[in-house]
Design a protein around this ligand. Structure first.
Ligand SMILES: Cc1cc2nc3c(=O)[nH]c(=O)nc-3n(C[C@H](O)[C@H](O)[C@H](O)COP(=O)(O)OP(=O)(O)OC[C@H]3O[C@@H](n4cnc5c(N)ncnc54)[C@H](O)[C@@H]3O)c2cc1C
Length: 575
C-alpha cells in the first residue's frame, strides 16, 4: 500500500502495548472516526481526508488487509474464484435463525471481514440501479441529492470507465469492452430475444427494463477492483487506517443544551479513541445496527431485555432488513456440446487453454465471472391484484412496490452451473440462470447480541409470486429454440414442482440493506436524510443499511455512492 494512508495493524504487537485510554496511556484523537473499511467506509474516509479543510480521519476495520494474507490475495484478484473465499478468514458468515415459514432453511450469509469489505469477496457485478429508485428515494426523504440526476455525478466520481473519465477510483468495464470471446454469447442473447426481451444498450443508464450485458468492476488487465483502490489512489495526509481492530460500541457524553447526548469515542479491543467532530458507522447492514444496539440506541424494550443501558429509544434499529432472494435453474449441456463453461476449470486438461488466455492477454473465461447477460422485468400487473386486496399492505409498500419503471425481478445467465458449487463438474457442464426477486416484501429483523438474522425469505405471498414467475421464465429461456441443439431438454414443471424447486434452492444474493433506514414521509427511520442518527449528536450511519426500501440493483455501486454522499454532507455541516 502507498505511503498515504498510514496503515497499522493490531496484529503487530508494537501497535499497542497498553490499551489506549488505560493505565496512563493517552486516548488518540481524530477529527472523524469511520468504522468499517467496506466500499462506503473507504469512499467516505478517503473523501473526508481529501477535504481541503485538512481533517484527520481514522478508518477502523475489524479485518486485516488483503496484503497481510498472501494466500488469499491471489484469489481476490479473480472474481471467478470468489467462491473459494467464502468461509475463509475474510468472510464473517452471519448465521441465520428463525422460522422461515416458507423454506425452513438456515443460511450462512457471507460478508467481507477485510479492508475492502465485501468488495473483496463479491462477484464484481456492477449495477447502478434504475432511475426511478433514486427519484423515489429523493421524493420520500425530501433530499434531492438522492435523485437520479444528482447521483450521476456521484457515480462519475466513483467509476473509471475510460481515459476521459479518469476521475473515478473503481475500474469498471462492460463485457463487450473485454474481449472475453464468450463462445455462448450469441446463442444466449438469441434465447433472450426469443423469450421476448428487448435489448438494452447499457444496463446502467437508468432505464433497466429488458436485457443487457454485464458491467463488472474489473480492470482492463482482468483484475478485480475493490474498495482498497480508493485508499491506494489517495495522497491525503490526514488518513490513518487501523486494521484488525474491532469497534465494540460508541461512547457518549452527557446531554448538550438540546437534551441530546453526543457521540465522542469508540470503544475497541485496543482501547478508546476519541472523535473531535463525528463518528460514522460504515460497518455494513448487519454490524452498523449491531453497534448501535450495543451502544444503547435501538428499541427500548429490546435493549432492556439485554440489560443494555438505553441512550436513545429508536424502534427501527435492526428492523426491516431486506435482501435479494435467488434461485438457480440449471440445464445440462449435451455431452458432445460441452465446452467453455465454468466446469472447464475443474480439470487441467480443459482449464489450460483458459489459463493461457488469461495469463497472456488478461482475457477470456477466467478474466471475470462466466456471466454475460442480465434481464430485468417489471411485474406490477402480476402483483397488483394480490397486494391491493391484502388489507395488511401499507401505503409505503404500495408506493415502493407498485411501480412500472423498475424491475421487480432479475435474471442472469451463467456459462456454467450458477451460484452454488458445481454438482458434478467432471461429468457435466451447464448453462444456468440465477433468478432474483429484487423487491421483496418480507423483512428480516436482526437479533442484537450476536448479530443473527431472522431470514423470512419469500414468506409473503407476493414474493413467492414474483419468484415463481421468474423461475418459470428461466425454463422458457433455457428451453428456447436457440438452445435446442445444445441443452438437454427439461419439461417445464407445474406450479407445485416449481415451488418445491424454489424451496430446495432458495438462497441469498448477499445484498443487504434497510436496518438503519433513512427517514421517509412514511417512516421515522433511524437516520435523517443526511445520515445523522436520530436523537443523538455527532453520530451518523452511512452504508447500505440506510437504504430505505429494496432497490433493484446489486448493492456495491450504491454503497460507494453513499460513502461519497456522506463526505459531501459532512463537509457541508462543518464549513
Ligand atoms: C458473496 C457476496 C457477493 C456479492 N456480490 C455482489 C456483486 O456482484 N455486485 C454487487 O453490487 N454487490 C455484491 N455484493 C454486495 C456488496 O458487496 C455489498 O452490498 C457492499 O459491499 C456493502 O458495502 P458496505 O460498505 O455497506 O458494507 P461491507 O462491504 O459489509 O463493509 C463493512 C466493513 O465493516 C467492517 N466491520 C464490521 N463491523 C465492524 C466493527 N465492529 N469494527 C470494525 N470494522 C467492522 C467489516 O469487516 C467490513 O469490512 C455481494 C456481497 C457478498 C457478501
Amino acid at each position: 500500500m502507498s505511503a498515504n494512508p498510514r496503515v497499522y495493524s493490531a496484529h503487530h504487537s508494537a501497535f499497542v502495548k497498553t490499551k489506549f485510554g488505560e493505565d496512563g496511556a493517552s486516548t488518540p484523537e481524530f477529527d472523524f472516526i469511520v468504522v468499517g473499511g467496506g466500499p462506503a467506509g473507504c469512499a467516505l474516509g478517503t473523501r473526508l481526508a481529501e477535504n481541503p479543510a485538512g481533517y484527520s480521519v481514522l478508518l477502523v476495520e475489524q479485518g486485516t488487509t488483503v496484503e497481510q494474507n498472501p494466500e488469499l490475495q491471489n484469489l481476490i484478484r479473480l472474481p471467478l474464484l470468489t467462491r473459494s473465499l467464502h468461509g475463509s478468514s475474510f468472510d464473517v458468515q452471519y448465521p441465520t435463525i428463525g422460522e422461515n415459514q416458507f423454506a425452513h432453511r438456515e443460511l450462512k450469509i457471507n460478508s467481507g471481514k477485510v479492508l475492502g469489505g465485501s468488495t473483496c469477496i463479491n462477484w464484481a457485478i456492477w449495477t447502478r440501479g434504475p432511475k426511478d429508485d433514486y427519484d423515489l428515494w429523493a421524493r420520500l426523504t425530501g433530499n434531492q441529492e438522492f435523485s437520479w440526476d444528482a447521483m450521476l455525478p456521484t457515480f462519475d466520481r466513483i467509476e473509471r470507465q475510460t481515459a476521459e473519465r479518469s476521475e473515478g477510483r473503481i475500474s469498471i468495464r462492460s463485457s463487450c469492452q473485454s474481449p472475453r470471446d464468450n463462445y455462448w454469447s450469441s446463442t444466449a442473447a438469441l434465447s433472450l430475444e426469443q423469450a421476448g426481451l428487448q435489448r438494452l444498450e447499457n444496463i446502467n443508464d437508468g432505464a433497466m427494463l429488458g436485457y443487457g450485458e454485464l458491467v463488472e468492476n474489473v480492470s482492463a488487465g482482468g483484475e478485480r477492483a475493490t474498495a482498497n483502490d480508493y485508499l491506494k489512489q489517495t495522497s491525503a495526509a490526514g488518513l490513518e487506517v487501523w486494521t484488525a481492530v474491532r469497534v465494540e460500541k460508541v461512547l457518549f457524553e452527557d446531554a448538550t443544551e438540546d437534551g441530546k447526548k453526543r457521540a465522542v469515542c469508540v470503544s475497541t479491543h485496543v482501547g478508546t479513541v476519541r472523535a473531535r467532530k463525528e463518528i460514522i458507522l460504515c460497518a455494513g447492514a448487519v454490524q452498523s445496527p449491531h453497534i448501535l444496539l450495543l451502544s444503547g440506541i435501538g428499541p427500548q424494550s429490546q435493549l432492556e431485555s439485554y440489560r443494555i443501558p438505553v441512550i436513545h429509544n429508536l424502534p427501527e434499529v435492526g428492523q426491516n432488513l431486506w435482501e435479494h432472494p435467488v434461485v438457480d435453474i440449471r440445464f445440462k449441456l449435451r455431452p458432445e456440446k460441452r465446452r467453455d463453461t465454468a466446469e472447464d476449470l475443474a480439470s487441467i486438461r480443459t482449464a489450460g487453454r483458459h489459463l493461457d488466455k488469461w495469463a497472456n492477454e488478461g482475457q477470456g473465461l477466467i478474466s471475470g465471472i462466466p456471466v454475460e447477460w442480465f434481464t430485468f422485468t417489471n411485474l406490477k400487473e402480476k402483483i397488483e391484484p394480490s397486494l391491493s386486496q391484502d388489507p395488511s399492505t401499507t401505503e409505503y409498500e404500495k408506493t415502493t412496490l407498485l411501480r412500472t419503471a423498475i424491475p421487480h425481478v432479475e435474471q442472469f445467465l451463467h456459462y456454467g452451473h450458477g451460484l452454488a458449487a458445481a454438482p458434478d463438474p467432471f461429468q457435466s457442464s451447464y448453462i444456468s440462470m440465477s433468478n432474483v426477486v429484487l423487491t421483496p416484501r418480507s423483512p428480516d429483523p436482526i437479533n442484537p447480541r450476536i448479530p443473527r438474522i431472522e431470514v423470512n425469505q419469500l414468506k409473503e405471498e407476493v414474493d413467492r409470486e414474483m419468484m415463481i414467475a421468474v423461475v418459470e421464465k428461466a425454463y422458457d429461456v433455457l428451453s428456447s429454440k436457440a438452445w435446442e441443439d445444445f441443452l438437454e431438454p427439461q419439461e417445464k414443471p407445474d406450479r407445485e414442482t416449481v415451488l418445491d424447486i424454489i424451496k430446495e434452492r432458495l438462497t441469498t444474493l448477499w445484498h443487504l440493506g434497510g436496518t438503519c433506514a433513512m427517514e421517509t414521509s412514511y417512516n421515522t427511520g433511524v437516520v435523517d436524510s443526511s445520515f445523522r442518527v436520530h436523537g443523538v449528536q455527532g453520530l451518523r450511519v452511512a452504508d447500505t443499511s440506510i437504504i430505505p426500501f429494496p432497490i433493484s440493483a446489486h448493492t456495491q455501486a450504491v454503497a460507494y455512492a453513499i460513502g461519497e454522499k456522506a463526505a459531501v454532507f459532512i463537509g457541508q455541516d462543518h464549513l
